[in-house]
Design a protein around this ligand. Structure first.
Ligand code: HEM
Length: 293
């Protein structure tokens, strides 16, 4: 099975530019998407289709739904579901700016830009808090099994789903927390990335331990830091063969099951949330048959 979008499993690039789009009033999304089908598909771009777009095209993508807003004690997780998500990946920030402009121009008769966010690698793959991110990601065949839908009909086999959330860190709060307590919020030591044997149940790695779900909730995380005039934090990006693993983990983080809220919420909160279906590729091009293209 190699008909998935190659950017999903390619290593996290030094820079990325994420563009989300809403449908333009009176737009022609299907013919515009047709232009993307013509594009030779490499690992420089990952494309995700949101539920509003599938609904507009009267297409049923099994497993695709809109992101649902959630509440927990003192916290709220918003849904900012858009119609289309494009993840441009590269090594040169300027080239990504131009690639983003070209993409916007190509899509303009069907879509309006909702958000553009630039992300980057910090300290060989750490979140801006200094903690290594991605350690427990599945690799090789396990990543494939976690991230790609295989037993499905043509047009769906090779698909993935992605959850995208922009988190904003409050560094004034975070920097006042002593290092030992920060380690307990995450459940790993910042200094050497070792998991704490006695981490509290609220520790992020305890809340999210993938094997502790039934069925196990493995995700292929590809998050990257962001920073701009509005603040700084993590753009959380996680691929899965369905959206269920992500949903289960996020619910547990909010304390919905046992009232224990993830320690992360002490210094960071999400301000966006969207779910997208990442179509397969066929002959090096996006396979949009499931959308009726
Ligand atoms: C600001 C937001 C977040 C930050 C800074 C963050 C950071 C981290 C860090 C440092 C780790 C430990 C190392 C690793 O295995 O990667 C981790 C693990 C993990 N995180 Fe997050 N995370 C965030 C949000 C989320 C969200 C929203 C989810 C899913 C809903 C999630 C799911 C996971 C999973 C599945 C693991 C691995 C758990 C395991 O099996 O050991 N994270 N995260």
């Amino acid at each position: 099975m190699s008909n998935f979008q190659p950017g999903i499993f390619a290593p996290i690039p030094p820079f990325a530019r994420c563009l989300s789009f809403q449908l333009a009033p009176d737009g022609e999304p299907l013919s515009v998407l047709g232009a993307l089908v013509e594009q030779k598909f490499g690992d420089h771009l990952v494309v995700g289709i949101g539920h509003p777009l599938a609904l507009a095209l009267e297409s049923e993508i099994p497993g695709l739904r809109g992101f649902t807003a959630l509440c927990g004690p003192g916290l709220s997780i918003p849904s900012t579901q858009t119609a289309l998500w494009c993840w441009l990946r590269g090594t040169d920030r300027g080239e990504l700016v131009h690639a983003g402009r070209a993409l916007e121009a190509k899509l303009e008769s069907g879509f309006e830009v909702e958000q553009v966010i630039d992300t980057f690698v910090y300290a060989q793959g750490r979140d801006l808090t200094g903690y290594e991110d991605g350690t427990e990601n599945p690799t090789g065949d396990d990543a494939l099994a976690a991230g790609i839908l295989t037993e499905a009909c043509p047009g769906l086999a090779g698909s993935s789903f992605v959850a995208v959330q922009q988190w904003v860190h409050d560094f004034e709060v975070f920097e006042d927390i002593p290092l030992a307590e920060r380690d307990e919020l995450i459940g790993r030591r910042q200094s050497d990335n070792e998991e704490l044997a006695d981490a509290p149940p609220s520790a992020h790695v305890k809340r999210t331990a993938q094997e502790d779900f039934a069925p196990p909730a493995f995700l292929v995380r590809r998050s990257m830091p962001w920073a701009d005039e509005d603040g700084e934090g993590l753009l959380f990006v996680a691929f899965g063969r369905s959206l269920d693993a992500y949903d289960a983990i996020l619910r547990r983080m909010t304390g919905a099951e046992d009232g224990v809220v993830d320690g992360l919420f002490q210094f960071t909160r999400p301000i966006t949330g969207g779910f997208y279906w990442c179509p397969p590729v066929i002959g090096g091009k996006l396979d949009l048959r499931a959308l009726g293209a």
